[in-house]
Design a protein around this ligand. Structure first.
Ligand SMILES: NC(=O)c1ccc[n+]([C@@H]2O[C@H](COP(=O)([O-])OP(=O)(O)OC[C@H]3O[C@@H](n4cnc5c(N)ncnc54)[C@H](O)[C@@H]3O)[C@@H](O)[C@H]2O)c1
Length: 433
C-alpha cells in the first residue's frame, strides 16, 4: 500500500470510489494528502491502481487520477478495513438508495460501515458525506461503529457529517465553489472536519450546530427542488388548459425578485431529487407538499403520453422514439430516469419503443427493454412520434426532415426548435406549450 504513515500529513481513506468518491479522492490526493480509496468493485480498484478513472464525462477527473497515481498519493483496495486502519480521516461516500417501493435501502452503506468499524483506530475522524435521513450519522452509523469497535464516538473517535452537494459534469468545479456544510457530534469533531475541508478543498465552510442540521440541510435542498419543479409542472398543465404559454409566463413572473418559477418538464430523475424526499416521507413527513410533489413529478410521464394520445389516437403499433435514456442532458445516468417510466407505459399501450442516447451503447440500451435506434439509421423515416426526454447536446441540431412519417414531436424539455419542426408539417407539443 502506498499510503504515507509519516505524522506530518493526515492519511485519508475514502470509502466508496464511484462518481463522487473517486473525484473526492483524486482532489484530496492532488492537494497534499495521501489517499487510500476503498471499494468493493474489483474493476474500479484495478483501474484506479493503473492511474485510470472509471468515471467518464467528468471534466478534469482523468487528469487528476493520473497525476495522483504518478505522484503515488492515490491507491485503492477492496479491503476497507485495511484502508481505514491506516487512516486518520475516513470519508464515507457509499450510497443509500430507495427500493421499488421507495423504502430506504441501507444494504451497501451498512456493509461499508461494518468494515470501517472493524478497522477504525483511536483518534480517527470519520466524516459521512452520503445523503442520509437526519439522525442516521449518530444513531445508526455512530452506534454501529461503537458496537463493533468498542470505541466511543466523541471520546475515542471523532464523528462529523458534511453533505456532498455537487452536480454531475462539474464536480471538481463545484467542490471548490459551493460552501461545505459541516456538522459534528461535538465541538472537536466539527473543528477537525472543518480544518480538513479547508485544507483539502479550500472552499467556504458553513459550520452548523449539529450532525442532524447538516443532514437535514441536504435533504431539504432536494425537497426544495422537487416541490418547485412540481409547482412548475402543475402550473404548466393548468396553463395548457387555459391556452396560455408557460415559458412566457415564467419569463414574465420571474422578472421580479421574489418569483423563482422553475422550468416544467416531462419528469424528474437521477440519484438525488426523486430519491431523497423519501428520507423525510418515510420518517414521518408523509403528508403535505413533499409526498404530493413526488406524485406530481412522477405523473408527468403519464401526462405526456396522454397528450400524445390526444393528438394521434391509439399508440398500438406506433413507432415511438425517445431521445435520451439518461435522466438529464449530457450525463450518462439512467437512475430513476423518466425514460424508464415512458418505456413501461408506452409498452403497456402496445407501442414499439425505440431509444436513442449517444452516451450509451446499444447493449446498454437493450438492458432497459427497448430497441436502440441511431439518428443516422434509415429507419428513422418510420418513426411516428419523437419524445425528447433528455436534451443531450447532440439534439440541438437534429434534422427532422429525415423523419418522413413523423406526426408529432413531444418536446419534454421545451428545448427543440418549434418553428423548424412545424415548418416540416410535423406537430410540435412542449410541456406547458
Ligand atoms: N452522483 C451525484 O450526482 C451526487 C451528487 C451529490 C451527492 N451525491 C452523494 O454521493 C453518493 C455517492 O454517489 P456516487 O454517484 O458516487 O455513487 P456511485 O454509484 O457512482 O458509486 C458508489 C460506489 O460505492 C461502492 N460501494 C458500494 N458498496 C460499497 C461498500 N460496502 N464498500 C465500499 N464501496 C462500496 C460502489 O462499488 C461504487 O463504486 C450518493 O449516494 C449521494 O449521497 C451524489
Amino acid at each position: 500500500m502506498m499510503i504515507d504513515e509519516s505524522p506530518s500529513l493526515p492519511n485519508i481513506a475514502v470509502v466508496g470510489l464511484g462518481k463522487i468518491g473517486l473525484t473526492l479522492a483524486a482532489v484530496f490526493a492532488n492537494n497534499g494528502f495521501n489517499v487510500l480509496g476503498a471499494d468493493i468493485n474489483t474493476n474500479v480498484v484495478a483501474s484506479i491502481n493503473q492511474g485510470k478513472s472509471h468515471i467518464k464525462n467528468e471534466p478534469g477527473l482523468d487528469q487528476l487520477v493520473l497525476e495522483a497515481h504518478t505522484n503515488k498519493t492515490l491507491s485503492a483496495t477492496t479491503v476497507t478495513k485495511d484502508a481505514v486502519a491506516l487512516a486518520d480521516i475516513i470519508v464515507v461516500i457509499v450510497p443509500v438508495l430507495v427500493d421499488e417501493q421507495n423504502n430506504i435501502d441501507y444494504q451497501m452503506i451498512d456493509l461499508a460501515v461494518q468494515a470501517i468499524a472493524e478497522g477504525i483506530k483511536q483518534g480517527s475522524l470519520i466524516v459521512f458525506e452520503t445523503t442520509l435521513p437526519p439522525g442516521d450519522t449518530k444513531h445508526r452509523f455512530g452506534k454501529m461503529i461503537e458496537n463493533v469497535s468498542g470505541l466511543r464516538a466523541g471520546e475515542d473517535f471523532h464523528l462529523a457529517y458534511s453533505p456532498e452537494r455537487v452536480y454531475s459534469n462539474r464536480i471538481i468545479q463545484d467542490l471548490q465553489n459551493y460552501p461545505k456544510v459541516v456538522g459534528g457530534i461535538d465541538k472537536e469533531s466539527l473543528e477537525r472536519a472543518s480544518n480538513f475541508y479547508q485544507q483539502a478543498l479550500g472552499c467556504e465552510l458553513i459550520e452548523v450546530s449539529s450532525l442532524e442540521t447538516a443532514e437535514f440541510s441536504k435533504v431539504a435542498e432536494c425537497v426544495y427542488r422537487d416541490v418547485n419543479i412540481a409547482l412548475a409542472n402543475e402550473l404548466a398543465q393548468f396553463a395548457e388548459e387555459k391556452d396560455v404559454n408557460m415559458s412566457e409566463v415564467i419569463e414574465a413572473s420571474n422578472s421580479q425578485p421574489y418569483s423563482h418559477l422553475h422550468a416544467p418538464g416531462i419528469g424528474v430523475g437521477g440519484h438525488c431529487i426523486p430519491i431523497y424526499p423519501y428520507f423525510f416521507i418515510n420518517k414521518g413527513l408523509d403528508r403535505g407538499l413533499t409526498p404530493l410533489s413526488r406524485e406530481i413529478n412522477d405523473n408527468m410521464a403519464h401526462y405526456a403520453i396522454s397528450k400524445i394520445e390526444r393528438e394521434i389516437g391509439s399508440l398500438a403499433n406506433k413507432n415511438i422514439l425517445i431521445l435520451g435514456l439518461s435522466y438529464r442532458g449530457n450525463v450518462k445516468e439512467p437512475t430513476k430516469s423518466t425514460t424508464l417510466l415512458l418505456i413501461n407505459q408506452l409498452q403497456e399501450k402496445e407501442a414499439n419503443v425505440l431509444i436513442n442516447d449517444p452516451l450509451f451503447t446499444d447493449n446498454e440500451i437493450r438492458k432497459y427493454g427497448a430497441e436502440p435506434l441511431s439518428l443516422k439509421s434509415k429507419s428513422i423515416s418510420e418513426i411516428d412520434v419523437v419524445i425528447l426526454q433528455a436534451f443531450h447536446q447532440e439534439y440541438s441540431h437534429i434534422d427532422f426532415s429525415h423523419f418522413d412519417q413523423c406526426k408529432l414531436v413531444l418536446d419534454g424539455r421545451n428545448k427543440l426548435n418549434k418553428r423548424e419542426i412545424t415548418q416540416l408539417g410535423i406537430k410540435y407539443k412542449g410541456i406547458g406549450d
